[in-house]
Design a protein around this ligand. Structure first.
Ligand SMILES: C[S@@+](CC[C@H](N)C(=O)[O-])C[C@H]1O[C@@H](n2cnc3c(N)ncnc32)[C@H](O)[C@@H]1O
Length: 184
């Protein structure tokens, strides 16, 4: 094996280990939303006519940037934010952001549980039951305004969704839409 090959192999191993580590840390891998989920979530964001025009659109766990980049391209005049803990997917999403020249997109390598969400008009996510529970607790504690939440596959505990879209895929994946109020 040549030295460049060895360096490449070590790099690939480090990336794989870091993804395994962050999956264990967060509870979910950086799996991308499917094409159908992406289209349904973009449509739900578009349909949310009564959101404040200057509110931020925030992806809680932006992974490789699949969803957050699609939102930023579709809404070039709104501030779009992504929070992601896993460094390699975050790095890839940063490269994609700069190569597409998306000035309205900010990507933080940060835990969304420690993020300020008060300026959000729409939150979107593809998490897991534990992540949805953590989000619900955070919203109840900190959020005083009404917002829209669009969640791929997982529901907010004890909140009635405004709409559930069932995707035409093998899992019949639900997309949950909430008009979240502080009392929920
Ligand atoms: C299933 S992926 C979804 C990626 C992207 N939103 C999409 O739909 O294509 C979930 C991502 O959330 C990230 N994540 C989970 N908990 C997080 C937290 N507390 N703070 C920031 N990112 C988190 C994971 O690292 C993972 O990349």
């Amino acid at each position: 094996m040549t030295l460049p090959e060895l360096i490449f192999l070590v790099f690939v191993l480090l990336v794989a280990l870091s993804i395994v580590w962050s999956t264990l840390q967060t509870g979910i891998s950086p799996m991308m939303s499917s094409g159908k989920a992406l289209q349904a979530m973009l449509a739900s964001i578009d349909e949310s006519d009564n959101r404040p025009e200057n509110g931020h659109l925030i992806d809680l766990g932006s992974g490789w940037g699949t969803l957050v980049i699609a939102v930023a391209r579709k809404h070039p005049h709104q501030q779009v934010i992504g929070y992601e803990l896993s460094w390699f997917p975050w790095l890839v999403s940063m490269i994609r952001k700069y190569s597409l020249g998306l000035d309205n997109l900010t990507l933080y390598r940060k835990d969304f549980r420690n993020a300020e969400l008060g300026d959000a008009s729409i939150l979107f996510c593809y998490l897991f039951p534990g992540g949805m529970h953590a989000l619900h607790e955070k919203l109840k504690r900190e959020l005083l305004n009404e917002i829209i939440i669009v969640s791929n596959a997982f529901a907010l505990p004890s909140c009635e969704p405004t709409k559930v879209i069932q995707l035409n895929d093998i899992f019949q994946t639900p997309i949950y839409v909430y008009y979240w109020r502080p009392k929920c």
